[in-house]
Design a protein around this ligand. Structure first.
Ligand code: B16
Ligand code: MG
Length: 210
């Protein structure tokens, strides 16, 4: 690839915490009698916790106060963190690890660009705490994807310009964010279908062919 750096989304790219997000939101939604399914869940990919809650509440009759919304988001996050405790380095696939190692061997700098405030907890569960050259996540941004802030800060932490970095994403909102920030992108899953993605890929190892 022509870039010197790669910025990886976390959930849906490096690991599959999406199933835990779904389970935790489902417990919250069921307790509130709000309809929630996997199709609605797809709209939550890459979207911040509070913005995700707003999407789920579209199906609710009740008007929640800001305090109640905060409590619901916290309840979901506590369930989610319990589920994250089940994770271990075995949840990091050989394909992802080998691809990261090979990119690094080629001299590329590697960063995380995730909306999640649980990024460091997840990386630690996967045994990747000290692996990346830079981490930009939900704790250092004020605007979540599709705003480009998380990727612009990742590039900045790497000491690079957007055109020097490739963004790897699984979410449509993530490709929008990459485009808005002036990054080329590789998209997997639904992000591969995005009309503005630079490189649609089928699997993470395909990054080695770019
Ligand atoms: P948290 P990513 C995103 O991670 C998830 O895709 C999204 O579903 C979630 O709401 C968001 O992180 C915030 O996560 O509640 O842990 O702060 O894909 O940007 O790595
Ligand atoms: Mg993602």
């Amino acid at each position: 690839m022509k870039q010197n750096g790669v910025i990886f989304d976390l959930d849906g790219v490096i690991c599959f915490t999406d199933k835990y997000h779904y389970q935790a939101w489902k417990v919250m939604a069921d307790a509130e009698n709000i309809y929630f399914d996997e199709i609605i869940n797809n709209r939550l990919r890459g979207v911040s916790r509070m913005a995700s809650l707003e999407i789920i509440l579209e199906r609710s009759e009740k008007a929640y106060t800001e305090e109640e919304k905060k409590a619901l988001a916290e309840k979901k996050n506590n369930i989610y963190k319990e589920l994250l405790n089940q994770m271990s380095p075995d949840d990091l696939s050989d394909e992802v690890k080998n691809t990261l190692d090979e990119l690094r061997e080629r001299g590329l700098k590697l960063a995380i660009g995730s909306s999640s405030k649980n990024t460091r907890l997840i990386l630690s569960r996967l045994g990747l705490s000290d692996y990346f050259d830079a981490i930009s996540d939900g704790t250092n941004i004020t605007h979540s994807k599709p705003h480009p802030e998380v990727f612009l800060m990742a590039a900045d932490f790497l000491g690079m310009k957007p055109e020097e970095c490739l963004v790897v994403e699984d979410a449509r909102a993530g490709i929008d964010a990459a485009v808005a920030g002036g990054f080329e992108s590789a998209g997997i899953g639904e992000a591969a279908e995005h009309e503005a993605v630079t490189y649609p890929i089928n699997r993470i190892a395909d990054l080695l062919k770019i």
